[in-house]
Design a protein around this ligand. Structure first.
Ligand code: RBV
Length: 425
């Protein structure tokens, strides 16, 4: 049985102090979560609820867990990626009243899933996932818990995609909010968050410049758009690969080169995958690449770059830098893989995840979704649910107020006009 992180670290006191400092810094820049914390402390909406979480356990996520606990919940949390946990933050979080953290960085598959089981051992009434690991484990191995589960919330594109597939198969047995799909999440976190944090993590891990490089961005969804835009802003030449005709056209009209991966492979200096699919960069592409290329993945799972094929091609493999593994080909070319092909913005040794401000928005939506499930859960049947617009707007309004931004309201006449089909010329 997995023990909480505090029982596994050598110097727990020091870890807690360092983790707490990171959390305090994050909290200072999270006005939405701060405002919700006040509300939750006063109203105690989660009294009697047990919230199970599987997310990237670092400072911002810790603030989300903390405000849920401040609202009366018992919270149990673990990671949603074996490399994204900050052990010091996990320890600081484990010290928060009402929270147990099982997350630890660098665990193997067995320990990773054992920690998920430990969270499920708390018999959650609400689940908060990033990638759907909790929902999957509960449905596959602990279906007896489903009756007492009020609902869940899912953070990321891949998780929502999997949940919708599960729902279509008639296999999803409790309601889950698609937090990822809200404007307050997707238009900021996926675009700016992924763009900024992926490039920052790659630059810091390699100490290499963007200027003058050819950056190949695989996938032009929200994440790909962010990565392409920020790379372009750093003076890189951007090449986009796509499989969806309208997105390919959008990238073309945005001024990027659009190429099949087979051609892009010959041109790129840095490759960043954001597709959410598997086998995006495979053997034929490795064979065409130049010496010294960087291979990074910004999609949720580590299946976008075919590392098995790359291993088979390699005559040697070695750690080129912290977080960079060089695969040497028979002809002497070195292809450098960052963070073992896992989420590059969270899984390199120096990674910090998305910037605090965007996670404040995403986690603000998470927090109001949990509140909605507790308050009105019976209104939602089993399946994936869009987050009600009023909740997303509530989060936007808190943020605007914190930023001191004022905006207009429709007059009654305007509102009537917008709702009417009778007005013409
Ligand atoms: N993400 N979390 C962080 N806690 O620092 N950074 C990114 C963090 C989330 C983001 O919302 C995205 O949808 C998901 O990670 C992918 O796993």
């Amino acid at each position: 049985m997995t023990a909480p992180i505090s029982e596994r670290l050598e110097d727990v006191a020091q870890a807690r102090e360092s983790g707490r400092r990171k959390m305090d810094w994050a909290a200072q820049h999270m006005p939405i979560c701060d405002s919700l914390r006040e509300e939750f402390e006063a109203d105690q909406p989660f009294e009697g609820e047990r919230i199970g979480m599987a997310m990237h356990v670092e400072a911002k996520t810790a603030i989300l867990a903390e405000i849920l606990a401040a609202g009366g919940a018992e919270v149990a949390i673990t990671g949603c990626n074996p490399l994204s946990t900050h052990d010091d933050v996990s320890a600081a979080l484990d010290a928060v009243e009402g929270v147990t953290s099982y997350a630890e960085r660098g665990v193997d598959d067995e320990a990773y899933y054992a920690a998920i089981e430990a969270v499920i051992g708390h018999e959650p009434t609400i689940t908060v996932d990033d990638g759907m690991d909790l929902v999957a484990a509960i449905h596959e191995e602990y279906p007896e818990l489903i009756d007492s589960i009020v609902g869940g919330a899912e953070e990321t594109t891949t998780g929502v995609h999997r949940l919708r597939a599960m729902d279509e198969d008639g296999q999803l047995d409790y309601p889950v909010f698609a937090v990822n799909d809200t404007p307050m999440k997707r238009l900021f976190d996926n675009v700016h968050g992924t763009g900024e944090s992926s490039l920052a993590s790659i630059a810091m891990t390699t100490n290499l410049s963007w200027a003058g490089k050819t950056v190949v961005v695989a996938g032009y969804g929200h994440c790909g758009k962010g990565v392409a835009k920020k790379a372009s802003g750093q003076n890189a030449d951007v090449v986009v690969t796509e499989v969806e005709p309208r997105r390919a056209l959008e990238a073309h009209m945005e001024g990027y080169d659009v190429l099949p991966m087979a051609d892009a492979a010959k041109e790129g200096d840095v490759f960043i995958t954001t597709t959410g699919n598997r086998d995006v960069i495979v053997e034929e592409h490795f064979e065409a690449m130049q010496d010294g290329v960087l291979l990074a993945n910004a999609g949720h799972f580590d299946v976008e770059v075919d590392l098995d094929a790359l291993s088979d091609l390699a005559v040697d493999r070695y750690e080129a830098r912290d977080g960079v593994e060089a695969y040497e080909m028979a002809d002497g070319r070195r292809l450098n893989v960052l963070a073992e092909g896992r989420l590059v913005n969270l899984a390199t040794p120096i990674a910090l995840g998305h910037p605090v401000e965007v996670m404040d928005q995403s986690f603000g939506v998470q927090a109001v979704c949990v509140r909605e499930m507790v308050e009105n859960g019976e209104a939602y049947g089993p399946g994936v649910h869009d987050v009600p617009d009023r909740l997303d707007k509530e989060v936007a309004e808190i943020k605007l107020e914190a930023e001191g931004v004022e905006f207009d309201a429709l007059t009654e006449t305007q509102a009537e006009y917008m709702d009417s089909w009778q007005h013409g010329t």
